[in-house]
Ligand binder design. Structure first.
Ligand code: HT7
Ligand code: ZN
Length: 853
C-alpha cells in the first residue's frame, strides 16, 4: 500500500461548497443520491477526483447530462471544462453487510454512520479530505414502522409521510463542515429530552436517543452534557451554535464516540450508566467522553484539521479540555494521577517501541492506525505544557485568538502554536520540537548542596525512535521544590524551571537544612525522571511531599526500585520500605481515601516490564505477587481496618468522597486476599452478595476470580444470569475472567471464545476478551508462546470483519524487544504468521510489519 506523507500536502483542486444528499434507507440496499456543487480551486486544468469505496455506481450526471464513469486508482475522475459544475451521483450500498462499521452500517436494528477518518467515501463519491468544507442539506426516507426516528446533522427543516408506509425528514446544517463530521441515524429510539440556555440566552434542545429499555440509564450522561455546555462557556468562552444537540447510543462502534456536528454518535459504553450496572470508573468515563465530544464542537468542528497529520490539533487539545473538565468536576489531584497512569500504561510503551511516532506524524499507510495514545494523550500533555509555560491567562488569550482567527477553517498544529505565540509574546520556536520529535525524554537530576547554596544539575536525552536517530534538546517545563530533610517543610518554594539545553544547572539559593528534591510536580512534563536520591529521600517524599502528585510518584518510585532490584538479582524482595510506606498511608488521618487507594497500588507488571531489558514476565509476576503477599500479611490489621471503614460509603451517592471510599475498599480487599486467601474469599463473597453498586460487585468478583475457588464459579454464574440482558455488563463478565493473571488462564479464554455470548463482530466484546487477555502479562506471556498464537489467530479472524478493531490488538505482540529471547522469538513468529495471511488489511499490515521492525 502507498505511503502517505505529510510533506506531500497539496490544497484541494476542487472545492464543494454545497452538498445535497437524499437517502432511501434500507438495511439491505440503500440508495444515496448526491448533488455536489463544485468549484475549481485556483488556476489548474486537473479533473475532479472523487473517492469512493464499495459503492455501486448507478448513475453519474454532470450539469444534468448523463456521463460515462471513468476511474483511476479507485477514484471517480470527472473532466470539467469550466470553473464550476453540478455533479450528481446515484449509488447503492448495503449497510447490513458493513462489518467494518465505517460508513453507513446497521447496529442492533439501528442504521447509523461513522465517517471519521475516511468513512464518507463508503457512503457516496466525494472529496473525502478534511480541508473540503461544505454546507449540507440531507433528506432521509425510510420505513416508518422500523425507523420512526430519522436524525442528521444540524437543524430539522421538514418531515412528513411518504408512499408505502415510509416517511421522510429533511435536515440542514448551516455550518460548513468536512465530510468526516457527516452523520445520520435511523431507528426505533426513545429520547431523554432536556434543554440548555446558552450565555447569550439561546435555548438549545438536548436529546439523548437510545433503545427504550436503556432510557433509564441516560440521566448521568445528560447531566454531564449540561455541565459540559456550562464549563466550556465559563472556561473557554465557547458557546454552542445550533438549536439542537443530539446524542445517539449504538452498541457496535469502533471507538468511544464521534463528534459529528450536532449529532454525536456514541458507543453505548460511554452513554448508558447507573450505579447498579456501571462502576464509578465507568460513570466518570461517561462524563469525560460526553464532555470530550461536546468540546469538539469548537476544537475540531468550528476549527478543523487541514489534513490527518494534524489530528492532534483537535484531539490533543480536546483531551486537554476534557481533562480540565474532569479536574474541575472532581478531585484535581486524583484526576491527575489517573491521567498519568493512562499515559504511562498506553503512551510511554508506544513511544519506546516500534510504533513510536511524533504527535504530528510524518507518514502513514492507514490513518485509522494513528488514533493513538501519542496523538491523544501525549498531545494533551503538549498543550498542558504550553499552558504551564505561558500561564493560564495568556493561554486563554491564545485559545481565544485561535478560535477567532480560524473559525470556519481547516488548519494546522503550526497555526495553533502561532496563535499561542501571538497572544502571549512568548517565542515557542524550540517548543515546536514536541510536535516533530518522537520518544519520551529522560531527565537526569542531581541536587548538590554545600555551604554556598543549592544547585540542581539537569540533563536531558531524547531517545532515538524509528526514522529519527538524532534528536535535539526539547523545552521541558519542570515544577520543582525542595523539601527539608529535617523539617519536612517546603524549604524552597515551588518554581518553574525550563530545561532547554542538553545539560543545565539551576541555582536554587540557600536553604537552612539538607533538602530533598521534589521534581516534575503535578507531572509538569511527560518525561522519565532519573534522579540521584539520598538515602531515605524517596521514603521521606512518599511520606510527606507537599505536592500530592509528587508524593504519589515518590511512592511509585520506591516500589519500582525495590521490585526491579529483586527481579534483576533473582533474590527475595527487600519489602521493608514498601510495607512501611503502605502502612503509613493506610494509617494516615489526613490523606483522603481516593488518594490512599492510588498510593497503595503497586505499579503494574506491564510497567515493570517496560523498565527492564529482556524481561522474564513470570519473574516479574512472582516478585510483584511476593510484595502483594507481604503487604497483605504484614499489614493485615491496617488493611482490614481501612476496608471496614471504607464500607461506610453510601451506595446511593456519587460524591467524590463516596467514590473514594469505594476505591479504597476495592484496593484493600485485593491486598487482604493476597495475604490471606481464605479471608479474601470470605470477604469477597460477602461483598459480592451484599453489593448494591457495580463498583463493589465487580471488585469482589475480580478478587474471587483471581482466587479461583468454588465461590468464584458461583459468583460468576450468578453475575451472568443476573445481567444476561445487559451487553455492557456481560462485557465485564468476559473481561474479569480474561484478566486473571495466571499462566493457565488461556484455557479459560479459549472456552470463553466458544461461549454463545461471544462474537468477533462486536468491538466491545472483542476488546473485553482479547484486550483484557493481552493486557495481563502473566497470562499472555506463557513460556510456550500459546498466548501469542491465540492472539494472532484472533487478529487474523477479526481482520476479515473489521480491520480497524483487529489492528488495535497488534501492539502487544510488538513489545517483543522488551521480553527475554525465548518468548521474544515466539512473539516475532506470531507477527510473521499474521503477515503471511493472504488478503490482510492495510491496517493490520502496517502495524504488524512495523512491529517486526
Ligand atoms: N474523533 C473521533 C474519532 C473516531 C474514530 C476514528 C477512527 C475510527 C472510528 C472512530 N470513531 C470515532 C473520536 C474522538 O476523538 O472524539
Ligand atoms: Zn476526540
Amino acid at each position: 500500500p502507498p505511503v502517505i506523507r505529510r510533506e506531500d500536502y497539496r490544497a484541494p483542486d476542487w472545492l464543494v461548497p454545497e452538498v445535497e444528499l437524499a437517502f432511501d434507507l434500507d438495511p439491505a440496499r440503500t440508495i444515496v443520491r448526491a448533488r455536489l456543487s463544485v468549484t475549481r480551486n485556483g488556476e489548474h486544468d486537473r479533473p475532479l477526483r472523487l473517492d469512493g469505496e464499495e459503492l455501486e455506481l448507478l448513475a453519474l450526471r454532470v450539469d444534468g447530462e448523463a456521463r460515462e464513469a471513468r476511474f483511476e486508482d479507485g477514484r471517480l475522475v470527472v473532466d470539467l471544462p469550466g470553473s464550476s459544475a453540478v455533479i450528481e451521483t446515484d449509488v447503492a450500498i448495503a449497510p447490513e453487510k458493513n462489518s467494518q462499521l465505517m460508513g453507513l452500517y446497521a447496529s442492533g436494528g439501528i442504521l447509523c454512520t461513522q465517517c471519521e477518518a475516511e468513512g464518507f467515501r463508503r457512503i457516496t463519491y466525494f472529496a473525502d479530505r478534511p480541508d473540503v468544507l461544505s454546507r449540507y442539506r440531507v433528506r432521509l426516507e425510510a420505513d416508518k414502522a422500523r425507523f420512526p426516528v430519522l436524525l442528521a446533522n444540524g437543524n430539522p427543516i421538514e418531515q412528513g409521510d411518504a408512499a408505502d408506509g415510509r416517511h421522510f425528514a429533511l435536515w440542514e446544517d448551516p455550518f460548513p463542515k468536512p465530510c468526516y463530521l457527516f452523520a445520520l441515524v435511523a431507528g426505533d429510539l426513545q429520547c431523554n429530552r432536556d434543554s440548555f440556555t446558552t450565555m447569550s440566552g439561546r435555548e438549545v434542545e438536548l436529546g439523548i436517543w437510545v433503545r427504550e429499555a436503556d432510557l433509564s440509564k441516560t440521566a448521568l450522561a445528560m447531566q454531564a452534557l449540561k455541565d459540559s455546555f456550562a464549563w466550556d462557556e465559563r472556561t473557554y468562552g465557547r458557546e454552542y451554535d445550533l438549536d439542537r444537540f443530539n446524542i445517539v447510543a449504538v452498541s457496535d462502534f469502533n471507538f468511544g464516540a464521534m463528534e459529528n456536528k450536532g449529532l454525536n454518535i456514541f458507543n453505548t459504553r460511554y452513554v448508558l450508566a447507573d450505579p447498579e450496572t456501571a462502576t464509578d470508573g465507568d460513570i466518570d468515563a461517561v462524563a469525560a467522553v460526553v464532555a470530550h465530544e461536546y468540546f469538539h464542537n469548537w476544537s475540531g468542528n468550528r476549527v478543523t484539521c487541514r489534513d490527518w497529520f494534524q489530528l492532534s490539533l483537535k484531539e490533543g487539545l480536546t483531551v486537554f479540555r476534557d481533562q480540565g473538565f474532569s479536574e474541575d468536576m472532581g478531585s484535581a489531584a486524583v484526576q491527575r494521577i489517573d491521567q498519568v497512569r493512562t499515559l504511562r500504561a498506553a503512551q510511554f510503551p508506544e513511544d519506546a517501541g516500534p510504533l513510536a511516532h511524533p504527535i504530528r506524524p510524518d507518514s502513514y499507510l492507514e490513518i485509522a492506525n494513528f488514533y493513538t495514545a501519542t496523538v491523544y494523550n501525549k498531545g494533551a500533555e503538549v498543550i498542558r505544557m504550553m499552558r504551564t509555560i505561558l500561564g493560564p491567562e495568556a493561554y486563554r488569550k491564545g485559545t481565544d485568538l485561535y478560535f477567532e482567527r480560524h473559525d470556519g477553517q481547516a488548519v494546522t498544529c503550526e497555526d495553533f502554536v502561532r496563535a499561542m505565540e501571538d497572544a502571549s509574546g512568548v517565542d515557542l520556536k524550540q517548543f515546536r520540537l514536541w510536535y516533530s520529535q518522537a520518544g519520551t525524554p529522560t531527565v537526569q537530576a542531581r541536587l548538590e548542596q554545600d555551604g554556598e547554596g543549592t544547585t540542581l544539575h539537569l540533563a536531558q536525552q531524547v531517545p532515538p525512535t524509528p526514522g529519527q536517530s538524532d534528536k535535539q534538546p526539547m523545552v521541558i517545563p519542570l515544577r520543582v521544590a525542595l523539601i527539608g530533610a529535617e523539617s519536612g517543610r517546603e524549604v524552597a518554594a515551588e518554581q518553574l524551571v525550563l530545561l532547554t539545553e542538553g545539560e543545565q544547572t539551576v541555582d536554587l539559593g540557600t536553604v537552612g537544612e539538607p533538602a530533598f528534591l521534589s521534581i516534575n510536580r503535578g507531572f509538569s512534563a511527560p518525561v522519565l525522571v532519573d534522579a540521584v536520591r539520598k538515602p531515605g529521600e524517596i521514603e521521606a517524599l512518599a511520606a510527606g511531599d507537599s505536592d500530592s502528585f509528587a508524593r504519589f510518584e515518590a511512592g511509585q518510585e520506591l516500589m519500582t526500585r525495590d521490585m526491579l532490584a529483586a527481579i534483576r538479582n533473582g533474590g527475595a524482595v527487600e519489602v521493608e520500605a514498601i510495607v512501611a510506606a503502605v502502612g503509613a498511608t493506610l494509617r494516615s488521618q489526613s490523606l483522603d481515601p481516593a488518594f490512599k487507594a492510588d498510593a497503595i497500588a503497586l505499579p503494574g507488571e506491564s510497567l515493570l516490564i517496560e523498565k527492564l531489558d529482556a524481561a522474564d514476565p513470570a519473574r516479574v509476576h512472582e516478585v510483584r505477587e511476593e510484595v502483594r503477599r507481604a503487604i497483605g500479611t504484614r499489614l493485615g490489621e491496617d488493611l482490614q481496618r481501612a476496608y471496614t471503614a471504607a464500607s461506610a460509603a453510601d451506595p446511593t451517592s456519587l460524591s467524590g468522597a463516596d467514590k473514594g471510599l469505594r476505591r479504597l475498599r476495592a484496593a484493600t480487599l485485593a491486598l487482604i486476599a493476597a495475604g490471606d486467601a481464605k479471608l479474601g474469599a470470605s470477604l469477597g463473597q460477602q461483598q459480592y452478595e451484599a453489593a448494591r453498586t457495580m463498583t463493589e460487585r465487580q471488585s469482589a468478583l475480580m478478587v474471587l476470580a483471581m482466587l479461583g475457588t468454588d465461590a468464584s464459579g458461583k459468583a460468576l454464574d450468578d453475575f451472568f444470569t443476573r445481567f444476561e440482558d445487559d451487553p455492557l455488563v456481560i462485557d465485564k463478565w468476559f473481561a474479569v475472567q480474561a484478566s486473571v493473571p495466571d499462566e493457565s488462564n488461556l484455557h479459560v479464554v479459549e472456552a470463553l471464545q466458544q461461549h454463545p455470548a461471544f462474537t468477533l463482530a462486536n468491538p466491545n466484546r472483542l476488546r473485553a476478551l482479547a484486550g483484557s487477555f493481552a493486557g495481563t502479562p502473566s497470562a499472555f506471556h506463557r513460556a510456550d508462546g500459546k498466548g501469542y498464537d491465540w492472539l494472532a489467530e484472533v487478529i487474523v479472524a477479526a481482520d476479515k470483519l473489521n480491520p480497524q478493531t483487529a489492528a488495535r490488538f497488534v501492539a502487544p505482540l510488538g513489545r517483543w524487544r522488551k521480553i527475554e529471547p525465548g518468548r521474544a522469538a515466539r512473539m516475532r513468529a506470531a507477527l510473521q504468521r499474521i503477515l503471511a495471511e493472504p488478503g490482510l488489511s492495510k491496517d493490520v499490515f502496517e502495524l504488524a510489519s512495523k512491529s517486526l521492525g
